[in-house]
Write a protein that binds this ligand. Structure first.
Ligand code: ZN
Length: 237
């Protein structure tokens, strides 16, 4: 096992976490395999044990390892952990919001394109209900975070590719738990709803070009709103 010395500008435990996570992602450890002890890891990373313990706590809460008192830390890697926890790690640092949004900007317009061709009447009808619920929520001054995720999931499901469905859910879970929440509360929901209407109209017409374009515009706008929000917060801090 080889680890790099720690870059002190980042929070130390985050660096430890990133390296351990990368190590687990590579599949270098099989499920159930024991990791080096806290003391050994601290020596390899040249940090104190507290930083190692903090990183292991995050890994444990993400379901990547299990710690047994008196026995040590064991890998619990399963087949679908990579997407979910990778996205979690990216979203953990709010300034890295650009990364998940970049993935969405690349993927979701293409999903909309595929959906425009494949979407069924039943799926369209369901999306219409979701849109109506979004409108009602916004009228009552409520956020539409979960309904936004559902709207985007509908499109992923309409592609009939289960990998897209899983990937999108992981991305949305992760973003929803961080910044979209605050953003939605500040009027991002209304802007999103308008974009959703345009996307829906394109899907209903089974027009791939328009669906792709409308989704692309939505992604660009969401990203801009998120970045503005973070810029605002950073100047306040
Ligand atoms: Zn949306």
């Amino acid at each position: 096992m080889k680890f790099k010395a720690i870059n002190k500008r980042k929070r130390i435990y985050e660096e430890v976490l990133d390296q351990l996570q990368a190590y687990l992602f590579k599949g270098a450890v099989t499920p159930g395999q024991k990791l080096p002890s806290e003391r050994e890891l601290a020596r390899m990373f040249r940090v104190n044990r507290f930083s190692v313990r903090e990183a292991l706590t995050v890994l444990e809460s993400n379901g990547l390892v299990q710690r047994k008192i008196g026995e040590g830390t064991f890998s619990t890697a399963t087949s679908n952990f990579a997407t979910t926890s990778l996205v979690d790690v990216v979203a953990r640092n709010q300034h890295l919001i650009k990364e998940p949004m970049q993935v969405r900007r690349v993927i979701e317009p293409q999903l909309a394109r595929l959906a425009a061709v494949n979407i069924s009447d039943e799926q369209l009808a369901h999306m219409k209900v979701v849109l109506r619920q979004q409108s009602e929520r916004l009228d009552n001054g409520l956020d539409i975070i979960d309904l936004d995720s559902e709207f985007h999931s509908c499109i992923a499901r309409a592609t009939k590719n289960t990998i897209f469905v899983g990937l999108l859910e992981a991305l949305h879970d992760s973003l929803a738990s961080t910044s979209i929440k605050s953003n939605q509360a500040r009027g991002g929901g209304k802007a999103g709803y308008k974009r959703h209407q345009a996307i829906y109209a394109a899907l209903e017409r089974h027009d791939p070009d328009e669906a792709e374009e409308a989704m692309f515009e939505h992604m660009v706008e969401v990203e801009r709103l998120l970045l503005d929000y973070h810029a605002e917060r950073e100047t306040k801090n």
